[in-house]
Design a binder for this molecule. Structure first.
Ligand code: FES
Length: 335
């Protein structure tokens, strides 16, 4: 193994195998490097190589600018060391309560339930509890391939032996069509790695009201975040907007309705954008804009398709939510 020496942290030497991505090596030691997509598309995990060499696939200019690439910046989620390396990690806000050990697990499928059109809720059991922060995700290995798919935990961290995932079928998808919706059944073993990501509940904001905007199965991490927030403070003001195209795509309706009945601070607003129905129509960002005069004293969490997340962030800013209180995760469907 080579060592990766982190300059910004005194005496921090991380062993890294020649085929191991540097981010993987760090997280398995519980050393925090900002990261989000683990796919080379967000740029969050960049570091500057001060000495030594690393190998990595070509990085698009949109993820790391040519200037950054010239200056020696690389993505740790894509790079493997080819010698001992010294790196500098750009200063970044460490999200609260990350830094859990990344590890490989084998899980057993306990239950699979169709909850809406082309949508499954799956729960899996793991032998050793998984420590994670509400909002994080794991990668499921697709059997017979080297591919993985990312799914956020919908269960709160306090429920660490049984993980819940919300999975939407992608027509023709290697993971969903050809495996999960086709042949996966209760009792099957699946291999997972996690936890990943920095879309997490921020415990600096324990007192502020929260507005959660979800699109489709982007509901999963927000369910984890809401349940965790209520464990910390059962009086917490939480507004959950769930956007889908058609009313048949809504799921977990009873769960959220009963949460709203049992916790006085919880409000549930399902929104349907492509058909008329008995409830709110339109996009979640627009529904939120109509409901709030000001978001100055709220924190915002968004998860869903990129266009929904971008529109929601804009809507929060229009209502004066401070940028540091906005946390987001974009779900981009894999083939
Ligand atoms: Fe997104 Fe590495 S580019 S985590």
């Amino acid at each position: 193994a080579f060592t990766v020496d982190v300059k910004s942290v005194a005496n921090k030497q991380i062993p890294c195998h020649p085929e191991q991505k540097m981010l993987d090596a760090f997280l398995r030691r519980g050393e925090w490097i900002p990261n989000s997509c683990n796919q080379g598309t967000c740029g969050t995990c960049k570091v500057k190589v001060l000495s030594g060499t690393v190998a990595h696939p070509p990085t698009p200019d949109s993820v790391l600018s040519y200037q950054e690439q010239e200056e020696g910046f690389v993505l740790t989620c894509q790079s493997v060391p080819t010698s001992d390396v010294v790196i500098a990690v750009p200063a970044a806000d460490k999200p609260s309560s990350t830094g859990h050990l990344l590890r490989d697990m084998t899980a057993t499928v306990l239950q699979m339930q169709t909850t809406a059109t082309d949508t499954l809720t799956i729960s899996v059991g793991i032998d050793e509890p998984l420590e994670f922060s509400a909002g994080q995700y794991v990668e499921l290995a697709i059997p017979g391939t080297n591919d993985v798919r990312q799914y956020s935990m919908a269960n709160p961290p306090s429920q660490s032996n049984v993980l819940e995932f919300h999975i939407r079928r992608q027509p023709g998808g290697l993971a969903t069509d050809a495996w999960i919706f086709d042949s996966l059944t209760a009792g099957d073993a699946i291999n997972l790695t996690g936890p990943w990501g920095d879309f997490v509940y921020d415990d600096d904001d324990d007192e502020t009201g929260m507005i959660l905007l979800a699109g489709g199965t982007g509901l999963a991490p927000l369910k984890s975040i809401a349940l965790h927030a209520l464990t910390v403070n059962p009086q917490r003001e939480i507004h959950l907007y769930h956007g889908v195209r058609r009313s048949a795509d809504l799921y977990d309706v009873e769960f959220w309705e009963s949460l709203a009945r049992n916790y006085s601070g919880v409000r549930y607003v399902p929104c349907v954008s492509r058909e008329h129905w008995s409830g709110r129509t339109g996009y979640v960002g627009d529904a939120m804009l109509a409901d709030f005069d000001s978001c100055r004293n709220y924190s915002g969490y968004l998860c869903g398709p990129p266009a929904m997340v971008d529109a929601g962030v804009k809507a929060f800013k229009r209502k004066r939510m401070s940028a540091r209180r906005i946390r987001r995760e974009k779900y981009t469907p894999a083939p």
